[in-house]
Design a protein around this ligand. Sequence first.
Ligand code: ADP
Ligand code: MG
Length: 631
Amino acid sequence: MQEQPWHLFLDAIPLPMWVLDRETLAFLAVNEPAIRHYGFSRSEFRAMTTRDLCLRVDEEFPKTGTEEPTKGLPGHTIQEHRKKDGCVIEVEMTSSNIHFGGRAARLVVVHDVTQQTRDQRELRQSRERFAKAFQLSPVAITISTLPEGRYVDVNHAFLNIMGYSREAVIGRTVRELGVWVDSGDRAAMVEDLATVGRSTISRTQFRTKSGEIRLTNIFAERVEFEGIPCVLAITQDITEAHRLEEQLRQSQKMQAIGRLASGVAHDFSNMLSVILGYSELLAERNQTGLSGKSVEEIRKAAERAASLTRQLLAFSRQQVLHPKAMNVNHAAESATKMLVPLLGEDIELLVKLDPAAGVVRADAVQIEQVLLNLAINARDAMPRGGRLMIETGNIDLDSPFAELAELHPGPYVVLSISDTGSGMDAETLAHIFEPFFTTKAPGKGTGLGLAIVYACVKQNGGDIWVTSQPGKGTCFKVYLPRIDEEAPLGGEPTTASAQGGSETVLVVEDDESLRALTARVLEANGYVTLQAGDGKQAIEVATSHSGPIDLLVTDVVMPGLDGGELAAVLSAFRPELKLLYVSGYPNQLITYHGALETSIALLEKPFTTQDLLSRVRSVLSNPSFNLPRHA
Ligand code: ADP
Ligand code: MG
């Protein structure tokens, strides 16, 4: 064959081609596209061999491109070549043996596959990346068909949330599995996907294999999967986050109300102490006749108000609890006595106290409050009469039932209050323990009763359980942990009877009328008193007074120096001085003493004459109530 026709042939082909000498690998001929593609001129090619093009001139080279092709079939090789400008390309070469100008030669067609290889590599990498992200993602991801919702692929996170195995999901539809609680939400998503190609569904509910409901956010995108229209959905499980948020909101609300309640209670405490004190003084003088009765009524009302104040403090968790081993039956009996006049004639009261009902450690006053609040609600639910039943008993909660009631398994005393009244629907039931939730007319209900009940029960380590049906009545059960102890017989131990004394007492209180009353009561019982309206005055009084001072009775919260600071200052020069704090906010003492230790004497406002006298006497007689020593 002549050289000329070969040139015509080579130049007619749009792909780079050349002819090599099979022995020397020198270029015998190159075509125009090869010159353009590689950037070498024809004469530069003529001066080179293919080794000069090849990037890796190693042992593989002589074999590639020069070995004898299998009979009748062209040989294929892949090589990396360097162009004149230094750029490296990947080429696929097809070659055949020919005779060229009488030499054993090889005709090579070059196909630059650089871009193609790069594209394939990128595609492969991106597939791998997606597969990894898909499987490892902590967020649930699914691919399902449109519009039917047949699962094509799902990741581990999805299986984890839903509780299914992969086999149970793939090939099944969302409908068969009952995934969407509200099929309307899915319909909305499908509609979005059909119109705009993507969709976000917030707070929809998914049903897991076990029937549990999870709250989720769905971010969906329309995709093609092997030619079929599908939905790629990211499912975010927000159940836990939602629960925490609700809890936080509730506790913030309770905190705010608690702060308000304790502020109000504090101011009331001062006023009630004055009312109680003076009515007691008056009662001592007018024991008979109409004025005696009137004073007694004033005192009773003030005591009720004081107990309400304590309830408010209990609710704001600022009350100092007096938990003691107590018999729930005693509390039930005394609450029942108070209850009878409040019930009216149409309500039948049944009291079934189990004599075997065990002992609990709780604050007796709080347990009475719980009972009264529940019983009064029951009465209000039976405006046309009915039956109110108060029962006590023991119960040993085993684990499944305890879990249901969110209690620890174990022994409990249960106190149940049931009525045959109006009952409640689910919506009402969901809110009853919230402060200020009431269904009663303005002026009739405060919505605080059950909030207080709840706080009291929780403070005493118990829990509360309600069942109610509209029209069928209501039953509240209060569970208090039962302890293995005897309750003191006859309820409250008798308090040391009030005695007077002749010691000198320094009374520090910024509320003038309360200070005057305190001094008056003490003086009436033989004590010598000194008075001060604040800490600064108290220090002046203590320095100028020449005789002994035996006891400092000081309010904790005062403008300027507070009670704790005053005590610290006075301890420096009157080390013999004993200390009794008076406070409407018991927890404020924690600032000075780390915790309410028993060695700190505290008189809670509002207090009665009796409380004041017995506390003063017991502190004076007890050697451990000296002022704190500050370094
Ligand atoms: P209040 O009694 O001031 O309304 P509570 O906190 O004591 O506030 O009660 C809240 C609400 O719970 C009541 O308004 C009533 O709707 C409902 N409720 C409480 N106890 C009962 C009961 N025994 N029967 C029916 N509804 C009740
Ligand atoms: Mg109530």
